[in-house]
Design a protein around this ligand. Structure first.
Ligand code: ZN
Length: 239
């Protein structure tokens, strides 16, 4: 049976769970979280935007007191990503709310196997999420909410780079590496490879440079791009 490239709209939950081509529980948890987060806000207002030919939308919750900061961060993060030549899916969607149940998170697949980029920015976006990541560390000129957005987009670029099956089934992406992680952030030091990669991506995007073992770990595990020639301008595609 061919895979079904139909957006999962939440209405056919039971059918979705019984589909044989799903990549496992991790993917189910992700997609369930997205629809749970989205349902938290009763009425989203979506606005379309475009930068350098890249189209995206920002859906907002009118009670979000940090909305202005989040929108600025999104526009700047998109500009940084597009300027670097990274490719995000058309119609990338951001959701901003201050509801405490909604985490800062990116969702990379629509439940039918299609690449998407849906990012939720919740109440901790402006304070740097867990408080232990690159997002919360001092970096003049780069606000926490900008780094949170870059971190989440880094997850999506990584997921699409390695593909859905590897992203959800490669045990190396769920393994910790304290030695490498410690060189990036407290959050990375105590977290799995997926997070180490998103953290390293964020660091590189704001101009941090890492030692060869970090770059090697990032590359082997399918980090969306790697630094070449020791310069920040030397981003090059892996795939
Ligand atoms: Zn993360």
């Amino acid at each position: 049976m061919p895979s079904v490239h139909r957006p999962f709209d939440g209405s056919d939950r039971n059918n979705y769970f019984m589909r044989p081509e799903t990549a496992g529980n991790l993917e189910l948890v992700d997609i369930k979280n997205f629809y749970r987060y989205r349902a938290t806000v009763k009425s989203w207002a979506a606005m379309p935007y475009e930068q350098k030919g890249f189209k995206y939308s920002i859906s907002t919750d009118s009670s979000d007191v940090n909305l202005g900061r989040k929108k600025m961060a999104i526009h700047r993060a998109v500009d940084m990503i597009v300027t670097r030549g990274f490719k995000l899916p058309a119609n990338t969607q951001f959701f901003c709310t201050n509801y405490p149940d909604v985490l800062n998170q990116a969702f990379h697949f629509d439940g039918g196997g299609k690449n998407v980029c849906w990012v939720t920015l919740g109440s901790t976006a402006t304070t740097g999420g867990s408080g232990r990541g690159v997002s919360a560390s001092p970096s003049p000129g780069f606000a926490p909410e900008l780094k949170i957005t870059l971190h989440e987009l880094g997850h999506t670029l990584h997921a699409h780079n390695v593909g859905r099956l590897r992203f959800y089934s490669d045990p190396r992406l769920r393994a910790k590496n304290t030695t490498v992680g410690t060189k990036i952030s407290g959050y990375a030091s105590n977290n799995i490879a997926k997070e180490i990669i998103a953290e390293a991506f964020t660091g590189m995007m704001i101009g941090r440079e890492y030692s060869n073992d970090v770059i090697q770990f990032y590359s082997i595990n399918g980090g969306p791009r790697i630094l070449q020639g020791g310069g920040r301008e030397g981003f090059a595609m892996i795939n």
